[in-house]
Design a protein around this ligand. Structure first.
Ligand code: AHR
Length: 663
C-alpha cells in the first residue's frame, strides 16, 4: 500500500530538506534516533560468507583450475569432458594408475599421429577456457609412455572455433615411469575470450598415459592451487568476517560415504581421491579441500566457522550415537586439531607439513547441517556426544547446533531462511521480540530472498536489506549471518547444467563475474555500520497488505492464511564509538518515493553535510547479469541539509545508507 506523498518536489534520490510539517491526514514517517540510548552492540562478526560445492562454486568457479575432470574420475565409463584430436583414441585405464588415490588414468593411443595430423586430446574446461592478454598460465600433468615413445608433446591453448593458438609449449623426454611435467603458456596481446580448449598433442606415433592434467591461470595473491582473482575481489569488497565451511548439504552428502571427508582433501592434490558431490550431482576432485578453504579465509582476513560432520546423510541415514559415532567424533576432534593444534600434535604437525605451521583463528564449530531433517530424533544424542567431546578438549570454542536440542545448551543455533520478498519483509522484526535472556544466540547460517534467477533481482535485494536491518538491529542476538548460496556458474542454465539452485549472490562464466543487487545490498550493509545499535522510535511507517500463499501439507493444499499488514519501510541506526558517526539505513520497497522525517536526540550537533550510499532500481525485477553486470550498483554522494531534524526522500525500490557526522 504505497503512501500518498506530502511534498512532490522531493522525488529525486537523496533529496534533503529541513523537517516537513506533519500533515495530520497523511503523516510522513518519522524516525526518532536516540543517540544516547544504546540497545545492543553490533556483533563485529555479523556479516560473513557461506559456501559449499554447488552450482560449480569451486570447480568451474572460485578454484583456479581450468581443466574439467583433470583426474578422469568424473565417470567410470568414459573420459567425460575430454575429446580426441586428430586420429587419437582414448580410454580410461584402471590398470595403469598414478597412485592409490588417482587409481585410473587416460590411455592415449596416438599411433596415427603424424607431423601433418597431430593426435591427442582436448578439454573445453568449465564451459570454456578463459584467455586473457599477456597472461601466463601454468600447465602440468603426469605422464608415462609405452615403449618407443618419448614425445615431444605440445601443450597449447587453442580457440574452439577457428583454432587460433594463443599459447603453446613443448614437453619431451617421456619415459616408462610416471613423471610430472610442467610448462608455462603465455598469451600475446590478444582479445579476452572463453571459447577455447586446452589441447595436448603429439606428432610422433605412440601410446601414453596421462593423469592430473591441470591448467592454472594467475591466482589471487599468486597462491599455488589458488583462487580466481575476479571472484576473490568481489568477496574482498564485502569485507566478510567469517566463512562457514564446507556446507550445507555438501558437508553431509546423500550417503555417509559421500560426506565431506576432510582427511582425504588435504596434502598433495595428486594424492586426493576426490569424491562424488551427490548432494549437488557432480564430481569434486577435492583440489579445493580443507586447506584451500583455510587459505581462502586467510587471504580475505576471515575466520573459519567450521562445520564438522555429525553422522547424518541427506538420504536419512545416520550413525547411531554412542560407540558407532565415536570414530566420527574423533575425526571432528582431529579436524579441529588440524586447524588450531600446535605443531607437536598429530594434526597440527600435519598442518605444518601441508605448509601452514601457524594455527588458524577459530571460535565457532558447527555440528552438522540442517539436522532438523533427521526425523529419527538421533540429533539429540549425536549433538550431545560431539558437543561434550569438543567442550572437554576445547572449552573455549562456541558450539553451534543446527536443530533445537534439549539435553545440552548450544552456544548458538543455526537458523536458515529461504523466503519470498514479502515473507522476508514480514519477518524483518522477528528478532526484536527474541528473549534477551536466552543463553543460545543465533547464527543465521543460510538465508536469502529467493527472487530472480540465476541471481537475485532488486526485489530480492530489497527483501534481503529489510531482513538485514532486523539482524543488525538485533545483533546482540544474531552474532553471525551468511547468505546462501554464494556462487553460480551461469554458463549453462538448463536442467543438468551449471546451476542446481536459483538465486545465488554472485554469478560468473569462465571469463567474467558479477554481483547481483543482493550482493551489493550485502556489501553496503557489511561495510557501513557502527559498533552499537541506537534506539529508534518510529511513527507512521507505511504498510502494505500481503496475502501469504496457502501451504501444502502431505500434498494437500491448506486453507489460505489471513492477509497480513507488512511494513513497506525498514530502518536501523548504529553508531561508531570512536568517531561518533551515525549510520542510518533505510529500505523503501514501495514504487513511490518516500519522504521520511529523521530526528536525532542525545547529540549536540549533526553536521549539515553527510554521505549517502544509495542503490535503486526502476522496477523490482531489474537486475544485473553477466552481460550487464553494472545495471544496479550502489552510488555514493555527499548530501547537504542534514542536522538533528531533517527530511529525506527515499527513492522507489531503494536501499539507502546515510552517514551522519555527529557529536
Ligand atoms: O544453500 C543450498 C542448500 O540449502 C544447502 O546446502 C542446505 O543446507 C540448504 O538446505
Amino acid at each position: 500500500m504505497p503512501t500518498r506523498l506530502l511534498v512532490s518536489t522531493l522525488f529525486c534520490a537523496g533529496a534533503f530538506s529541513p523537517a516537513l510539517r506533519a500533515d495530520p491526514t497523511n503523516p510522513i514517517p518519522v524516525l526518532q534516533i536516540k543517540a544516547d540510548q544504546v540497545t545492543a552492540k553490533v556483533s563485529p562478526t555479523l556479516y560473513g560468507l557461506m559456501t559449499e560445492e554447488i552450482n560449480y562454486s569451486y570447480e568451474g568457479g572460485l578454484y583456479g583450475e581450468l581443466v574439467r575432470n583433470r583426474a578422469f574420475k568424473a565417470s567410470k565409463v568414459s573420459p567425460r569432458f575430454w575429446d580426441t584430436v586428430g586420429g587419437a583414441a582414448i580410454d580410461l585405464d584402471t590398470n595403469t594408475p598414478l597412485n592409490d588415490a588417482l587409481n585410473v588414468s587416460l590411455k592415449l593411443d596416438a599411433s596415427q599421429a603424424t607431423a601433418a595430423a597431430p593426435a591427442g586430446i582436448a578439454n573445453g574446461g568449465y564451459w570454456g577456457i578463459p584467455v586473457r592478454p599477456k597472461t601466463t598460465y601454468h600447465a602440468s600433468f603426469y605422464a608415462k609412455a609405452a615403449a618407443g615413445f618419448s614425445g615431444p608433446i605440445t601443450v597449447a591453448i587453442v580457440g574452439t572455433n577457428g583454432g587460433k593458438t594463443f599459447a603453446r609449449a613443448q614437453v619431451t623426454g617421456l619415459t616408462g615411469d610416471w613423471q610430472k611435467y610442467e610448462v608455462t603458456l603465455t598469451t600475446k596481446n590478444v582479445k579476452p575470450s572463453k571459447d577455447n580448449r586446452l589441447v595436448i598433442t603429439t606428432t610422433s606415433p605412440g601410446t601414453l598415459w596421462l593423469q592430473q592434467v591441470s591448467l592454472f591461470p594467475p591466482t589471487y595473491v599468486d597462491r599455488a592451487n589458488g583462487n580466481r582473482p575476479d571472484i576473490m575481489q568481489l568477496l574482498a569488497d564485502m569485507q566478510p568476517k567469517f566463512l562457514r565451511l564446507p556446507g550445507g548439504n555438501y558437508l553431509e552428502g546423500n550417503t555417509i560415504a559421500t560426506r565431506f571427508n576432510w582427511k582425504t582433501t588435504i596434502g598433495d592434490v595428486a594424492h586426493r581421491p576426490g569424491h562424488m558431490d551427490d548432494a549437488w550431482g557432480y564430481w569434486s576432485t577435492d583440489g579445493f579441500g580443507l586447506m584451500e578453504y583455510l587459505h581462502w579465509c586467510e587471504d580475505l582476513h576471515m575466520e573459519p566457522v567450521l562445520a564438522v560432520y555429525a553422522g547424518y546423510a541427506l538420504h536419512h541415514d545416520y550413525i547411531k550415537p554412542g560407540p558407532d559415532l565415536e570414530p566420527y567424533v574423533q575425526d571432528d576432534l582431529d579436524e579441529i586439531e588440524y586447524l588450531i593444534g600446535d605443531t607437536t600434535s598429530t594434526w597440527g604437525a600435519q598442518r605444518a607439513k601441508d605448509g601452514h605451521p601457524a594455527p588458524f583463528p577459530l571460535h565457532y564449530i558447527e555440528v552438522g547441517n540442517e539436522d532438523w531433517f533427521d526425523r529419527s530424533g538421533s540429533y539429540e544424542g549425536r549433538f550431545a556426544q560431539i558437543y561434550d567431546a569438543i567442550k572437554s578438549k576445547y572449552p573455549q570454542l562456541q558450539v553451534i547446533a543446527t536443530a533445537k536440542v534439549k539435553n545440552r545448551t548450544p552456544d548458538v543455533l543455526d537458523e536458515h531462511y529461504y523466503r519470498s520478498q514479502e515473507e522476508m519483509e514480514a519477518h524483518a522484526h522477528d528478532y526484536d521480540a527474541y528473549s534477551r535472556d536466552a543463553k543460545t544466540k543465533i547464527f543465521v547460517g543460510e538465508w536469502a530472498t529467493r527472487v530472480g534467477s540465476p541471481t537475485p533481482n532488486m526485489a530480492g535485494a530489497l527483501g534481503d536489506a529489510a531482513w538485514m536491518t532486523g539482524m543488525e538491529r538485533n545483533s546482540d542476538i544474531v552474532l553471525i549471518s551468511s547468505y546462501a548460496p554464494m556462487f553460480v556458474n551461469v554458463s549453462d542454465l538448463k536442467a543438468g547444467g551449471s546451476m542446481q539452485w536459483k538465486s545465488d549472490l554472485i554469478g560468473y562464466d569462465a571469463l567474467t563475474s558479477y554481483g547481483s543487487p543482493s550482493y551489493y545490498a550485502q556489501q553496503m550493509f557489511s561495510t557501513h555500520h557502527g559498533d552499537t545499535v541506537l534506539a529508534v522510535a518510529e511513527e507512521n511507517i507505511p504498510h502494505y497488505t500481503w496475502q501469504p500463499p496457502a501451504k501444502r501439507r502431505n500434498g494437500v493444499e491448506q486453507p489460505r492464511p489471513q492477509p497480513q499488514e507488512v511494513p513497506a519501510l525498514f530502518y536501523d541506526a548504529t553508531r561508531d564509538g570512536l568517531t561518533g558517526k551515525i549510520t542510518v539505513k533505510v529500505v523503501n520497497r514501495q514504487s513511490t518515493p518516500q519522504p521520511v522525517r529523521i530526528t536525532l536526540s542525545g547529540v549536540t550537533t549533526v553536521a549539515r553535510k553527510g554521505t549517502l550510499v544509495v542503490m535503486q532500481a526502476d522496477k523490482p525485477d531489474d537486475t544485473n547479469s553477466i552481460d550487464q553486470p553494472g545495471r544496479i550498483v550502489p552510488k555514493t554522494k555527499t548530501v547537504k541539509g542534514l542536522g538533528t531534524d531533517f527530511t529525506s526522500t527515499f527513492p522507489p525500490y531503494s536501499i539507502s545508507i546515510l552517514e551522519l557526522s555527529a557529536k
